[in-house]
Design a protein around this ligand. Structure first.
Ligand code: BT5
Length: 313
Protein backbone atom coordinates (compact mmCIF):
# COMPACT_ATOMS: atom_id res chain seq x y z
CA UNK A 1 0.00 0.00 0.00
CA UNK A 2 1.20 3.52 -0.70
CA UNK A 3 2.36 5.66 2.20
CA UNK A 4 -0.38 8.24 1.59
CA UNK A 5 -3.08 5.57 1.54
CA UNK A 6 -1.84 4.28 4.88
CA UNK A 7 -2.00 7.80 6.33
CA UNK A 8 -5.50 8.31 4.94
CA UNK A 9 -6.55 5.08 6.64
CA UNK A 10 -5.00 6.10 9.94
CA UNK A 11 -6.81 9.44 9.80
CA UNK A 12 -10.13 7.76 8.97
CA UNK A 13 -9.66 5.34 11.85
CA UNK A 14 -9.40 8.32 14.20
CA UNK A 15 -12.22 10.09 12.26
CA UNK A 16 -14.48 11.71 11.52
CA UNK A 17 -12.32 13.87 9.34
CA UNK A 18 -13.45 16.10 6.48
CA UNK A 19 -12.02 15.80 2.97
CA UNK A 20 -10.52 19.31 2.98
CA UNK A 21 -8.98 18.84 6.44
CA UNK A 22 -7.46 15.55 5.31
CA UNK A 23 -6.12 17.12 2.10
CA UNK A 24 -4.48 19.87 4.18
CA UNK A 25 -3.04 17.44 6.68
CA UNK A 26 -1.48 15.18 4.03
CA UNK A 27 -0.47 17.95 1.65
CA UNK A 28 -2.44 16.50 -1.28
CA UNK A 29 -5.41 17.71 -3.34
CA UNK A 30 -9.02 17.04 -2.32
CA UNK A 31 -9.39 14.99 -5.52
CA UNK A 32 -6.48 12.83 -4.38
CA UNK A 33 -8.15 12.26 -1.00
CA UNK A 34 -11.36 11.26 -2.74
CA UNK A 35 -9.46 8.81 -4.97
CA UNK A 36 -7.81 7.20 -1.95
CA UNK A 37 -11.18 6.86 -0.19
CA UNK A 38 -12.70 5.24 -3.29
CA UNK A 39 -9.73 2.86 -3.63
CA UNK A 40 -10.10 1.88 0.03
CA UNK A 41 -13.79 1.19 -0.49
CA UNK A 42 -12.96 -0.97 -3.49
CA UNK A 43 -10.45 -2.90 -1.35
CA UNK A 44 -13.30 -3.66 1.09
CA UNK A 45 -12.79 -0.98 3.75
CA UNK A 46 -16.09 0.50 4.91
CA UNK A 47 -15.75 4.26 4.83
CA UNK A 48 -18.79 6.18 6.03
CA UNK A 49 -19.25 9.81 5.07
CA UNK A 50 -21.34 11.97 7.41
CA UNK A 51 -21.76 15.66 8.24
CA UNK A 52 -18.43 15.81 10.02
CA UNK A 53 -16.54 13.90 7.35
CA UNK A 54 -15.23 10.41 6.74
CA UNK A 55 -14.99 7.62 9.33
CA UNK A 56 -13.57 4.11 9.04
CA UNK A 57 -16.44 1.78 9.95
CA UNK A 58 -15.03 -1.59 8.97
CA UNK A 59 -11.92 -3.39 7.80
CA UNK A 60 -12.11 -6.19 5.20
CA UNK A 61 -11.76 -9.69 6.60
CA UNK A 62 -8.86 -10.74 4.39
CA UNK A 63 -6.86 -9.52 1.42
CA UNK A 64 -3.76 -7.48 0.68
CA UNK A 65 -4.91 -4.11 1.98
CA UNK A 66 -6.50 -5.75 5.02
CA UNK A 67 -3.30 -7.55 6.04
CA UNK A 68 -1.10 -4.50 5.36
CA UNK A 69 -3.38 -2.31 7.48
CA UNK A 70 -1.84 -2.19 10.95
CA UNK A 71 0.89 -4.72 10.06
CA UNK A 72 3.90 -4.15 12.32
CA UNK A 73 6.41 -5.62 9.85
CA UNK A 74 7.88 -4.08 6.69
CA UNK A 75 6.21 -6.33 4.12
CA UNK A 76 4.18 -5.30 1.06
CA UNK A 77 1.35 -7.77 0.38
CA UNK A 78 0.37 -8.96 -3.09
CA UNK A 79 -2.96 -10.76 -2.71
CA UNK A 80 -4.67 -13.20 -5.08
CA UNK A 81 -8.07 -14.85 -4.61
CA UNK A 82 -6.69 -17.79 -6.57
CA UNK A 83 -3.22 -18.51 -7.96
CA UNK A 84 -1.38 -21.68 -9.03
CA UNK A 85 1.32 -21.30 -6.34
CA UNK A 86 2.38 -18.35 -4.20
CA UNK A 87 5.96 -19.73 -4.22
CA UNK A 88 6.03 -19.71 -8.04
CA UNK A 89 4.80 -16.10 -8.10
CA UNK A 90 7.25 -15.11 -5.34
CA UNK A 91 10.15 -16.58 -7.37
CA UNK A 92 9.12 -14.35 -10.27
CA UNK A 93 9.12 -11.31 -8.00
CA UNK A 94 12.50 -12.37 -6.59
CA UNK A 95 14.11 -12.70 -10.03
CA UNK A 96 12.76 -9.24 -10.89
CA UNK A 97 14.62 -7.85 -7.88
CA UNK A 98 11.76 -7.66 -5.36
CA UNK A 99 12.36 -7.76 -1.62
CA UNK A 100 10.18 -8.03 1.48
CA UNK A 101 7.12 -8.78 -0.62
CA UNK A 102 4.58 -11.34 0.56
CA UNK A 103 2.44 -13.16 -2.00
CA UNK A 104 -0.77 -14.20 -0.26
CA UNK A 105 -3.67 -16.25 -1.61
CA UNK A 106 -7.05 -17.54 -0.48
CA UNK A 107 -6.65 -20.63 -2.68
CA UNK A 108 -3.90 -22.32 -4.70
CA UNK A 109 -4.57 -24.53 -7.68
CA UNK A 110 -1.01 -25.89 -8.01
CA UNK A 111 0.45 -25.66 -4.49
CA UNK A 112 3.74 -27.53 -4.02
CA UNK A 113 5.52 -29.19 -1.12
CA UNK A 114 9.11 -30.38 -1.03
CA UNK A 115 10.40 -32.65 -3.81
CA UNK A 116 7.56 -31.35 -6.01
CA UNK A 117 4.91 -33.07 -3.89
CA UNK A 118 1.37 -31.71 -4.10
CA UNK A 119 0.20 -29.23 -1.44
CA UNK A 120 -3.59 -29.16 -1.29
CA UNK A 121 -4.73 -25.54 -0.78
CA UNK A 122 -8.50 -24.98 -0.68
CA UNK A 123 -10.14 -21.60 -0.10
CA UNK A 124 -9.99 -20.54 3.57
CA UNK A 125 -6.33 -21.36 4.19
CA UNK A 126 -3.39 -19.04 4.65
CA UNK A 127 -1.08 -19.68 1.71
CA UNK A 128 1.78 -17.22 1.54
CA UNK A 129 5.35 -16.79 0.31
CA UNK A 130 7.84 -14.21 1.53
CA UNK A 131 10.52 -12.83 -0.82
CA UNK A 132 13.72 -12.08 1.11
CA UNK A 133 17.21 -10.88 0.22
CA UNK A 134 19.07 -11.72 3.40
CA UNK A 135 22.75 -10.94 3.73
CA UNK A 136 23.72 -14.48 4.74
CA UNK A 137 25.66 -17.38 3.22
CA UNK A 138 23.56 -20.09 1.54
CA UNK A 139 24.36 -22.52 4.34
CA UNK A 140 22.37 -20.35 6.80
CA UNK A 141 19.16 -20.48 4.75
CA UNK A 142 17.74 -23.54 6.61
CA UNK A 143 17.46 -21.31 9.68
CA UNK A 144 14.85 -19.27 7.79
CA UNK A 145 12.71 -22.41 7.46
CA UNK A 146 12.98 -22.94 11.20
CA UNK A 147 12.15 -19.27 11.82
CA UNK A 148 9.03 -19.59 9.65
CA UNK A 149 7.97 -22.79 11.46
CA UNK A 150 8.47 -21.01 14.78
CA UNK A 151 6.48 -17.95 13.68
CA UNK A 152 3.65 -20.19 12.43
CA UNK A 153 3.66 -22.12 15.70
CA UNK A 154 3.43 -18.94 17.79
CA UNK A 155 0.57 -17.55 15.68
CA UNK A 156 -1.26 -20.88 15.87
CA UNK A 157 -0.85 -21.02 19.65
CA UNK A 158 -2.28 -17.52 19.95
CA UNK A 159 -5.24 -18.84 17.96
CA UNK A 160 -5.74 -21.53 20.61
CA UNK A 161 -4.08 -24.46 18.84
CA UNK A 162 -1.60 -26.73 20.65
CA UNK A 163 0.98 -26.45 17.86
CA UNK A 164 4.46 -28.02 17.90
CA UNK A 165 7.21 -28.24 15.35
CA UNK A 166 8.40 -31.41 13.70
CA UNK A 167 11.85 -31.17 12.13
CA UNK A 168 12.43 -29.59 9.77
CA UNK A 169 9.37 -27.97 8.29
CA UNK A 170 6.11 -29.28 9.73
CA UNK A 171 3.84 -27.67 12.28
CA UNK A 172 1.83 -30.43 13.91
CA UNK A 173 -0.86 -30.85 16.56
CA UNK A 174 -0.75 -33.89 18.86
CA UNK A 175 -4.20 -35.40 19.38
CA UNK A 176 -5.36 -38.96 20.18
CA UNK A 177 -1.77 -40.21 20.14
CA UNK A 178 -1.15 -38.91 16.64
CA UNK A 179 0.54 -35.83 15.28
CA UNK A 180 -1.56 -34.13 12.65
CA UNK A 181 -0.08 -31.75 10.13
CA UNK A 182 -1.37 -28.18 10.44
CA UNK A 183 1.18 -26.38 8.28
CA UNK A 184 4.17 -26.95 6.04
CA UNK A 185 7.02 -24.75 4.84
CA UNK A 186 8.86 -24.78 1.52
CA UNK A 187 12.04 -22.70 1.23
CA UNK A 188 13.63 -22.06 -2.15
CA UNK A 189 16.65 -19.94 -2.93
CA UNK A 190 19.18 -18.80 -5.47
CA UNK A 191 22.72 -17.55 -5.03
CA UNK A 192 26.35 -18.44 -4.57
CA UNK A 193 27.72 -20.37 -1.60
CA UNK A 194 29.03 -17.26 0.15
CA UNK A 195 25.92 -15.16 -0.31
CA UNK A 196 22.32 -15.80 -1.30
CA UNK A 197 20.71 -13.68 -3.97
CA UNK A 198 17.16 -14.31 -2.81
CA UNK A 199 15.16 -16.69 -0.63
CA UNK A 200 11.47 -17.49 -0.93
CA UNK A 201 9.90 -18.90 2.22
CA UNK A 202 6.50 -20.46 1.49
CA UNK A 203 4.14 -21.16 4.36
CA UNK A 204 0.92 -23.13 4.01
CA UNK A 205 -1.45 -23.16 6.98
CA UNK A 206 -4.72 -25.09 7.05
CA UNK A 207 -6.65 -22.26 8.68
CA UNK A 208 -10.40 -22.13 8.07
CA UNK A 209 -10.67 -25.30 6.04
CA UNK A 210 -12.44 -28.61 6.66
CA UNK A 211 -10.13 -31.56 7.26
CA UNK A 212 -12.30 -33.44 4.73
CA UNK A 213 -10.95 -31.17 2.00
CA UNK A 214 -7.36 -32.18 2.79
CA UNK A 215 -5.56 -35.42 1.81
CA UNK A 216 -6.56 -37.94 4.50
CA UNK A 217 -3.39 -40.01 4.10
CA UNK A 218 -1.34 -37.05 5.35
CA UNK A 219 -3.22 -37.02 8.69
CA UNK A 220 -3.97 -33.31 8.33
CA UNK A 221 -5.69 -30.91 10.68
CA UNK A 222 -6.76 -27.27 10.54
CA UNK A 223 -7.22 -24.35 12.90
CA UNK A 224 -10.98 -24.76 12.27
CA UNK A 225 -10.83 -28.40 13.44
CA UNK A 226 -8.68 -27.65 16.51
CA UNK A 227 -9.99 -24.33 17.78
CA UNK A 228 -12.69 -22.99 15.46
CA UNK A 229 -12.30 -20.39 12.73
CA UNK A 230 -9.57 -17.82 13.12
CA UNK A 231 -9.49 -14.17 11.98
CA UNK A 232 -7.15 -14.80 9.03
CA UNK A 233 -6.17 -11.14 8.79
CA UNK A 234 -4.93 -11.05 12.40
CA UNK A 235 -3.39 -14.53 12.12
CA UNK A 236 -1.41 -13.61 8.99
CA UNK A 237 -0.24 -10.38 10.59
CA UNK A 238 0.96 -12.17 13.73
CA UNK A 239 2.75 -14.81 11.66
CA UNK A 240 4.55 -12.17 9.57
CA UNK A 241 5.41 -10.04 12.61
CA UNK A 242 6.91 -13.00 14.45
CA UNK A 243 8.80 -14.07 11.33
CA UNK A 244 10.17 -10.55 10.86
CA UNK A 245 11.49 -10.53 14.43
CA UNK A 246 13.00 -14.03 14.15
CA UNK A 247 14.73 -13.48 10.81
CA UNK A 248 16.65 -10.58 12.33
CA UNK A 249 18.41 -12.96 14.74
CA UNK A 250 18.61 -16.42 13.21
CA UNK A 251 20.71 -18.08 15.96
CA UNK A 252 18.07 -17.18 18.54
CA UNK A 253 15.34 -18.33 16.14
CA UNK A 254 16.96 -21.77 16.24
CA UNK A 255 17.04 -21.59 20.07
CA UNK A 256 13.33 -20.72 20.14
CA UNK A 257 12.66 -23.56 17.70
CA UNK A 258 14.35 -26.01 20.06
CA UNK A 259 11.89 -25.10 22.83
CA UNK A 260 8.84 -25.69 20.63
CA UNK A 261 10.02 -28.78 18.81
CA UNK A 262 8.36 -32.11 19.42
CA UNK A 263 11.22 -33.91 17.63
CA UNK A 264 13.93 -33.64 20.29
CA UNK A 265 14.12 -36.60 22.64
CA UNK A 266 12.12 -38.74 20.21
CA UNK A 267 13.08 -41.85 18.34
CA UNK A 268 13.08 -40.89 14.70
CA UNK A 269 13.57 -42.34 11.28
CA UNK A 270 14.96 -39.81 8.82
CA UNK A 271 14.99 -40.44 5.09
CA UNK A 272 17.97 -38.52 3.79
CA UNK A 273 19.44 -38.25 0.30
CA UNK A 274 22.22 -40.53 1.63
CA UNK A 275 19.94 -43.18 3.11
CA UNK A 276 17.85 -43.89 6.20
CA UNK A 277 18.96 -42.96 9.71
CA UNK A 278 17.22 -44.33 12.82
CA UNK A 279 17.97 -43.17 16.35
CA UNK A 280 17.18 -40.62 19.01
CA UNK A 281 16.95 -36.97 17.97
CA UNK A 282 19.21 -35.34 20.55
CA UNK A 283 19.77 -31.80 19.31
CA UNK A 284 19.23 -29.18 16.68
CA UNK A 285 22.18 -26.95 15.84
CA UNK A 286 22.37 -23.76 13.89
CA UNK A 287 21.39 -23.36 11.06
CA UNK A 288 18.95 -26.26 11.44
CA UNK A 289 21.00 -29.45 11.54
CA UNK A 290 19.34 -32.38 13.33
CA UNK A 291 21.67 -34.50 15.46
CA UNK A 292 20.62 -38.15 15.66
CA UNK A 293 22.19 -40.61 18.09
CA UNK A 294 22.02 -44.00 16.38
CA UNK A 295 23.54 -45.84 19.34
CA UNK A 296 26.81 -46.22 17.47
CA UNK A 297 27.44 -42.62 16.54
CA UNK A 298 25.97 -39.14 16.37
CA UNK A 299 24.92 -38.28 12.83
CA UNK A 300 24.28 -34.71 11.68
CA UNK A 301 21.40 -34.48 9.21
CA UNK A 302 20.86 -31.33 7.18
CA UNK A 303 17.91 -32.41 5.01
CA UNK A 304 15.36 -35.18 4.91
CA UNK A 305 11.90 -36.45 5.78
CA UNK A 306 11.53 -37.20 9.47
CA UNK A 307 9.14 -39.67 11.08
CA UNK A 308 8.55 -39.82 14.85
CA UNK A 309 8.60 -43.46 15.90
CA UNK A 310 7.07 -43.31 19.40
CA UNK A 311 6.05 -40.74 22.01
CA UNK A 312 8.73 -39.02 24.08
CA UNK A 313 8.02 -40.55 27.50
C1 BT5 B 1 5.52 -29.18 2.89
O1 BT5 B 1 5.99 -30.12 2.01
O2 BT5 B 1 5.02 -29.41 3.96
C2 BT5 B 1 5.63 -27.75 2.36
C3 BT5 B 1 4.30 -27.16 2.02
C4 BT5 B 1 4.43 -25.71 1.60
C5 BT5 B 1 3.13 -25.17 1.10
C6 BT5 B 1 3.21 -23.68 0.88
S1 BT5 B 1 1.62 -22.98 0.61
C7 BT5 B 1 2.32 -21.49 0.11
C8 BT5 B 1 3.52 -21.84 -0.74
N1 BT5 B 1 3.17 -22.06 -2.12
C9 BT5 B 1 3.40 -23.33 -2.51
O3 BT5 B 1 3.17 -23.79 -3.66
N2 BT5 B 1 3.90 -24.03 -1.47
C10 BT5 B 1 4.06 -23.21 -0.30
P1 BT5 B 1 6.19 -31.64 2.37
O4 BT5 B 1 6.89 -31.79 3.67
O5 BT5 B 1 6.81 -32.20 1.15
O6 BT5 B 1 4.74 -32.20 2.55
C11 BT5 B 1 3.90 -32.49 1.45
C12 BT5 B 1 2.96 -33.61 1.84
O7 BT5 B 1 2.00 -33.13 2.78
C13 BT5 B 1 2.13 -34.14 0.68
O8 BT5 B 1 2.79 -35.20 0.02
C14 BT5 B 1 0.84 -34.61 1.35
O9 BT5 B 1 1.02 -35.92 1.88
C15 BT5 B 1 0.71 -33.68 2.53
N3 BT5 B 1 -0.23 -32.57 2.29
C16 BT5 B 1 -0.59 -31.99 1.12
N4 BT5 B 1 -1.42 -30.96 1.35
C17 BT5 B 1 -1.59 -30.88 2.69
C18 BT5 B 1 -2.32 -30.02 3.54
N5 BT5 B 1 -3.03 -28.99 3.09
N6 BT5 B 1 -2.25 -30.26 4.89
C19 BT5 B 1 -1.54 -31.28 5.41
N7 BT5 B 1 -0.82 -32.12 4.64
C20 BT5 B 1 -0.84 -31.93 3.30
Amino acid sequence: MQGTRERVLDALAEGPVSGPALADRLGVSRAAVWKHVEALREAGFEVESGDEGYTLAGVPAFGGAAVEYGLAAPFAIEYHDSIPSTNARAREIATEGGEDVVVLADRQTGGRGRLDREWVSPSGGVWLSVVLRPDVPATHAPALTLAAAMATTRAAREAGVDARIKWPNDVVVPRDGRERKLAGILTEMEGEADRVSWVVVGVGVNANVDSDDLPAAADPTSIRAEAGDVDRRAFTQRLLEEFDALRADLPSAVEAWRESASTLGRRVRVDTPDGEIVGEAVDVRFPGTLVVDTGDERVEVTAGDCEHLRPAE
